[in-house]
Ligand binder design. Structure first.
Ligand SMILES: [Zn+2]
Length: 569
C-alpha cells in the first residue's frame, strides 16, 4: 500500500514536471532582436578577437550558440537578397529578390529592390522614401510572428539602408525606418504610416548625424596597435572625395562640408542612386563607423518609445548595421578603417545588449546575429601577395558580348543589360530576326567563356529545366527567378570580382558563390539559448526555420530551410 502510494505520488510529481516542461516550452521571449551586419565575414569574429571588448561579440560568443559553418546557398550574394533570405528562410528562386537591382523586361529598364512608386516618402525626400517590400514575394519570419499573434506583436525594422530595414521587417510590419542623407533623418514611407511618430521626429530634430560628423574619424585604439591590418596608406584603398590619401585621421567636418556631387564608389557597387545635392554631405556618415553608432542610438530609442518587449507580447526588432559594408567596399577587407569599424561596432553591440538587460531583462531577449553576405579580399592586395585574383568591369563584359553578337548577327542592341553577373538579351530583337533564343544564349555562353576571369557561363534555359542539389549549378539555380533573372549567368574565377572602378581596382566587393562571400557568422544568444558551437553545415535559410521553432510559430510561407537542432535542444 505504502509502495503504491509512493508510486502514485511519484507519477503525480512526474506529471507536474511534464506539465511544467510543456508550459515552459510554450513560453516565448519578450523580444527578438535580429542583428544583421552588412558584409561581415565569418572570420572577422576571430581576426579582431584580441581587440574586442568583453560585452559585444565576445559576450554573444561566450554565452550564446555559434554555427561556425554557415553559408549562403545561392548567387548573387548581395544585400537585398541576403536580408530577404535570412528573414524568409528561402532563396531568390522563391522570394524573388534576385539582386539589389535587376532589369525588368516588360518595362525595358532596371528597378531597385525596394523601389515602389505607389507609395510616398514620410519624413524625407521622394528619392529616398518611395520604398516598400512589394518586390519580395514570400512572407518573412517577422510577418509570421504578426500573423501568429493576431497582429499583437510589434515588428520594427531599423537600418541606414532602406533595403536592410524594409525586407527584414516584412510586409506586415508596424514600421520600418531608414536613413535619408538629404536631411540626416530616419524616414519611412506611406506603406507603413502617414506620419512619423513623435519620438522619431524628436530623434531627428537632435541632428545626431551632423554631430557625429563634427569630429574627425580617428582610430579607437592607438593606430600602431592595428597589427591585424595592412598599413594605412596602400594603393588598393579609396580615399574619401576631398582627400589625397586614404589615411587617418579622416577629417569628417571638412569632408562633409561639401554637398555630394556624384555617386561614390561604395554606393555604386551597391546599386544605389546619387543623393540629392545638400548644403552638407550628411550621407558621408554611411561610410564611417558612426553610421552604425547612429543606427544603435535610433534602435535604443525605438525600444524605449515603442516599449518593445515590455508589453506582454513578443515583439521583434530587425536591426541591421550597414556602415560595415560601405567601409568595406571603400577600403577593403584588410584596412585599418575596416578593423576600426568592427571594433567600434563591437562597442555599439555591447551598448544594445546592456540596454536590453536594463529595459527588457536578462535572459528575456532572443538575439541572433548574422550577415547578408561576406566579401572578397581586394584584388590588388591579393596580387601583391602572389595570390590569384583579378577584376572585370561590368561595362566591359556587356560591351564585349554585345560586339561579338553584332559580328555574328549584324547591328542591333543585342545585350540590353548586364547586372549581377547576368546577361539580359534583347528577346524582341531575337524574335524579330527569327533567331532561336536558346541558340543565342548558347552563343553568349561561348563568348563569355573566352573572357578573362570567367570560369564558365550557364544558359538560363539550363537552369529552368534541371535541378541541382549541390555544386556550382545549385548556387545558380537557387538564385534564379525566371521573370527577373538574365539569359546567361556568368561565374568568375575565385578571387575575381566585378569592379565598378575598373580598371583602377580599389576597395572590394562581393556577389560570388566562393567561400569568402558565402561564409557568415550565425549566432543565437539569450532566451533559452545554451552556450555551445557547432561545425555542422548550416545554410543561411535555416535561420528563419530555427526562429520559427524557438517561437512556436509557422515558418515563412516559402521557407526552404530546416531548423538547426543543436541550439534548440
Ligand atoms: Zn555591399
Amino acid at each position: 500500500m505504502k509502495k503504491s502510494l509512493f508510486l502514485f505520488a511519484a507519477l503525480a510529481l512526474a506529471g507536474t514536471a511534464l506539465g511544467q516542461k510543456k508550459a515552459a516550452s510554450l513560453s516565448r521571449p519578450k523580444l527578438v532582436v535580429g542583428i544583421v551586419v552588412d558584409q561581415m565575414r565569418y572570420d572577422y569574429l576571430y581576426r579582431y578577437w584580441t581587440k574586442y571588448g568583453n560585452d559585444g561579440f565576445k559576450r554573444l560568443l561566450g554565452q550564446g550558440f555559434s554555427y561556425e559553418n554557415t553559408h549562403y546557398n545561392y548567387v548573387p550574394t548581395y544585400t537585398g537578397p541576403g536580408h530577404a533570405s535570412i528573414y524568409t528562410g528561402t532563396t531568390p528562386s522563391m522570394h524573388g529578390i534576385v539582386g539589389n537591382n535587376w532589369f525588368v523586361r516588360e518595362e525595358g529598364k532596371g528597378t531597385y529592390v525596394t523601389e515602389d512608386k505607389t507609395v510616398q516618402a514620410v519624413g524625407g525626400t521622394a528619392l529616398a522614401g518611395q520604398m516598400s517590400p512589394r518586390h519580395m514575394l514570400t512572407s518573412t519570419i517577422t510577418d509570421e510572428l504578426r500573423l501568429a499573434t493576431n497582429f499583437q506583436s510589434k515588428v520594427i525594422g531599423v537600418c541606414i539602408k532602406d533595403r536592410g530595414s524594409i525586407l527584414p521587417a516584412g510586409h506586415a510590419a508596424n514600421a520600418a525606418y531608414w536613413y535619408d542623407g538629404a536631411n540626416g533623418a530616419f524616414i519611412t514611407s506611406t506603406f507603413y504610416q502617414n506620419a512619423l511618430p513623435e519620438w522619431v521626429t524628436k530623434f531627428n530634430s537632435q541632428q545626431r548625424a551632423a554631430q557625429y560628423l563634427d569630429q574627425p574619424w580617428t582610430t579607437l585604439l592607438p593606430i600602431t596597435e592595428y597589427t591585424e591590418s595592412s598599413p594605412d596608406d596602400v594603393a588598393w584603398e579609396s580615399a574619401f572625395k576631398g582627400e589625397t590619401k586614404p589615411v587617418f585621421p579622416h577629417d569628417l567636418p571638412r569632408l562633409s562640408a561639401a554637398a555630394p556631387a556624384a555617386v561614390q564608389g561604395a554606393l555604386k557597387a551597391e546599386g544605389e542612386k546619387a543623393p540629392v545635392a545638400t548644403p552638407r554631405n550628411l550621407d558621408l556618415i554611411r561610410s564611417t563607423p558612426f553610421g552604425n553608432s547612429l543606427t544603435a542610438d535610433f534602435a535604443l530609442e525605438a525600444i524605449r518609445a515603442e516599449q518593445l518587449g515590455q508589453r506582454g507580447q513578443t515583439d521583434f526588432l530587425a536591426l541591421s548595421f550597414s556602415s560595415t559594408d560601405y567601409v568595406g567596399h571603400q577600403f577593403g577587407t584588410t584596412a585599418i578603417e575596416t578593423e576600426d569599424t568592427y571594433l567600434r561596432l563591437d562597442r555599439d553591440i555591447a551598448r544594445v545588449l546592456a540596454y536590453l538587460d536594463k529595459t527588457v531583462g536578462k535572459g528575456q531577449v532572443l538575439v541572433f546575429l548574422s550577415a547578408d553576405h561576406a566579401a572578397a579580399q581586394s584584388p590588388n592586395f591579393m596580387l601583391e601577395h602572389h595570390l590569384p585574383a583579378g577584376s572585370v568591369g561590368p561595362g566591359l563584359m556587356r560591351d564585349s558580348i554585345q560586339q561579338a553578337l553584332v559580328q555574328k548577327h549584324g547591328p542591333g542592341k543585342w545585350v540590353l543589360s548586364y547586372e549581377n553577373q547576368q546577361v539580359y538579351l534583347n528577346r524582341p530583337l531575337i524574335a524579330q530576326q527569327k533567331l532561336d533564343l536558346r541558340k543565342v544564349q548558347d552563343e553568349v555562353v561561348d563568348i563569355a567563356g573566352t573572357l578573362s576571369g570567367v570560369n564558365r557561363a550557364i544558359a538560363a534555359d539550363d537552369l529552368q529545366k534541371s535541378h541541382w542539389e549541390s555544386g556550382m549549378l545549385m548556387y545558380l539555380e537557387n538564385g534564379f527567378f525566371p521573370k527577373r533573372s538574365g539569359d546567361v549567368m556568368v561565374v568568375l574565377e575565385p578571387g575575381w570580382l566585378e569592379s565598378y572602378s575598373y580598371p583602377v581596382n580599389k576597395g572590394t566587393t562581393h556577389g560570388s558563390m566562393n567561400n569568402y562571400d558565402t561564409h557568415v557568422p550565425l549566432l543565437f544568444w539569450g532566451w533559452h539559448v545554451k552556450h555551445g558551437e557547432s561545425s555542422a553545415p548550416a545554410k543561411i535559410t535555416d535561420a528563419a526555420a530555427t526562429l520559427a521553432r524557438f517561437l512556436h510559430i509557422q515558418e515563412p510561407n516559402g521557407c526552404t530551410g530546416t531548423p538547426l537542432l543543436e541550439v534548440l535542444k
